[in-house]
Design a protein around this ligand. Sequence first.
Ligand SMILES: CC(C)(COP(=O)(O)OP(=O)(O)OC[C@H]1O[C@@H](n2cnc3c(N)ncnc32)[C@H](O)[C@@H]1OP(=O)(O)O)[C@@H](O)C(=O)NCCC(=O)NCCS
Length: 175
Amino acid sequence: MTHDAVNLDATRHEILAARPVHDSQSEMAEIVLPNDANPLGALLGGRLMHWIDLAGAMAAHRHSRNYVVTASVDHIDFLVPVRVGDLVLLRSSVNRVFHTSMEVGVKVFVENYIADTAKHVSSAYLTFVAVDGVGHRLKVPAVIPETEEQQRRYDDAGRRREIRRSEIDRRRKSR
Ligand SMILES: CC(C)(COP(=O)(O)OP(=O)(O)OC[C@H]1O[C@@H](n2cnc3c(N)ncnc32)[C@H](O)[C@@H]1OP(=O)(O)O)[C@@H](O)C(=O)NCCC(=O)NCCS
């Protein structure tokens, strides 16, 4: 075996080593500007979905250390309106890894720094698939839940995957 082959093996081994959830934890912040809002000054749902996708991808990149594509976004609720001038915080982390895919949770908060308030705006679950530079799917390292909350999210992600898979099967059969 050449030195290059040994180094490549070592790099692959390191990339595939299981990682704790906190390695993927990411945070993104945006100030809502007039261009992000509708004529009533409320944040556009589509803009928030875009930010959720980006925040989710950050966690997926950090965990997989590879390129990722969004395979699906589960149901998203918008719980409270967000206004121009508000500060939007998006927190994301990998909930569970399957083979080439991983579920990422994104939780969104809005802060109003004048009123000094913070509210939960939205939560979403996204599935990302790791791919190489030409789009071939890649195995993702396992994720290690370290807290009770992370373990709960890990268990729930397994249940959500079953629901997604049966829905995908149902759609394929009805085509
Ligand atoms: C997502 C994608 C890679 C899946 O490829 P595919 O050939 O359908 O692959 P498979 O059905 O074998 O599934 C591969 C993995 O994706 C998961 N997957 C596929 N469709 C999914 C969906 N709708 N929701 C959640 N997971 C999904 C599978 O469960 C599987 O996960 P696993 O390897 O961890 O078990 C492919 O559909 C794709 O490239 N879509 C376009 C992605 C994109 O352009 N996103 C927006 C821009 S980033």
